[in-house]
Design a protein around this ligand. Structure first.
Ligand SMILES: [Zn+2]
Length: 389
């Protein structure tokens, strides 16, 4: 009898294992069924436009676990996209409160909560969230960029500079470029007070972060010019050309002034001719015409602009051509009609924006270093094409 029992033991173990497995399967199935009922009830609330009831229901009934956390994020993001920030906040706060959430999900919840606060204009609370994530591998850089956004809108340039160490470590070009502009903002304030050494020091730091910042060189040229150091100013203007050919038309007149102070106008016009040949810029063309006119007379200058306009017509160039014709024209009646054309073209050009943002396409008649629409730095540049450069 004992032997028989001994023989039945493996059978009993196998039966136990089989039943156990079945019961786990059954439990899982019951849980899944339960979950799908809760989901569909929540979704029904959502679809029948009872969002608040849906949130309350889903947050109360659904435990935040690995397989529901994504659904929570999706729901909150949907609310945020629809501008229902209070609802998005509720869900993200609920996620942040979950003690057992894996670290990556917890960080995502804190980050999204920061974005909710940022969208709602609650900067101090958003700042607190992003500051928690500075060392995060996944959200560190994104948090820094959001903090810089906050400091940019509150003009707290020093607070942004406080993040320098983390920004340099992240080595992200765009973030370095943004921080360089924070230094430029401080340098602009110092320039207004004519604090020479402070301006130079701030701009050197800006150029160290972003050697391509033409704004830093533009400010540097200004302070040198103010202090009669024209040679250094000219070097800065040349650097601007190397850094950003599209921005260069805006500094041509200042550059001309510095070269003339150095009594080196011939050198300047050699440079401007090179700029014109390389970029086709109308501002460079018009500046070069001044040189031709003074050296060889108005007729030679008209010949030059005519062939230039045939190759690359621009309205600004045409306006100058009409002006030159008026000077060359002896007959009064002819002069009158040219005057009408010139006035018409001037009125047309005044209606057109002089700058456009290379990031978002925003147009503006005045220049600003940060785009009023997308807030990107140094992207507002002279308009190109027929109505521009
Ligand atoms: Zn823009």
């Amino acid at each position: 009898m004992q032997e028989l029992l001994f023989l039945l033991l493996p059978v009993a173990m196998a039966y136990g294992w089989f039943m156990g497995r079945n019961s786990i399967k059954q439990n899982n199935q019951t849980e899944k069924q339960d979950l799908s009922i809760k989901y569909s009830t929540g979704l029904n609330y959502l679809l029948s436009n009872q969002q608040d009831k849906a949130i309350e229901y889903l947050l109360e009934t659904l435990k935040v676990e690995d397989d529901t956390v994504e659904a929570h994020f999706a729901m909150a993001n949907l609310f945020r996209r629809r501008g229902e920030l209070d609802r998005a906040l509720k869900v993200h706060e609920h996620l942040v409160r979950q003690a057992h959430l894996p670290s990556k999900d917890k960080q995502q919840a804190i980050f999204e909560l920061g974005k909710d606060f940022l969208s709602a204009g609650l900067y101090d609370r958003a700042e607190a969230m992003f500051n928690k994530l500075l060392k995060s591998k996944d959200y560190g850089l994104k948090s820094i960029n959001n903090l810089l956004k906050i400091y940019q809108s509150t003009k707290d340039w020093q607070l942004g500079i406080g993040l320098k160490k983390a920004i340099v470590k992240a080595k992200d070009k765009k973030t370095l470029h943004t921080l360089a502009n924070f230094y430029c903002e401080l340098a602009t304030d110092a320039l207004k007070k004519d604090e020479f050494i402070e301006v130079i020091e701030l701009l050197e730091q800006a150029l160290e972060l972003d050697p391509q910042s033409c704004r830093a060189n533009w400010l540097m040229a200004k302070i040198y010019e103010n202090h009669q150091q024209f040679e250094q100013a000219c070097q800065c203007y040349q650097s601007i050309y190397q850094q950003d050919k599209e921005f260069f038309p805006d500094v041509i007149n200042n550059m001309h002034h510095c070269y003339s102070k150095l009594d080196a106008e011939d050198e300047f016009f050699v440079f401007i001719r090179k700029v014109y040949e390389e970029t086709g810029s109308t501002s460079a063309l018009l500046k070069y015409l001044e040189h031709i006119e003074s050296k060889h007379g108005v007729n030679k200058a008209i010949e030059f602009i005519l062939s230039a306009l045939k190759r690359r017509p621009t309205i600004k160039g045409f306006k100058h051509f009409v002006k030159m014709q008026m000077v060359g024209s002896g007959k009064e009646s002819n002069g009158d009609s040219l005057d009408v054309i010139k006035e018409l073209v001037t009125a047309y050009l005044n209606m057109k924006p002089r700058y456009s943002c290379r990031t978002c396409g925003f147009n503006s008649s005045t220049h600003s270093w940060s785009c009023p629409s997308c807030h990107d730095w140094e992207q507002l540049k002279p308009v190109r094409g027929l109505e521009g450069e």
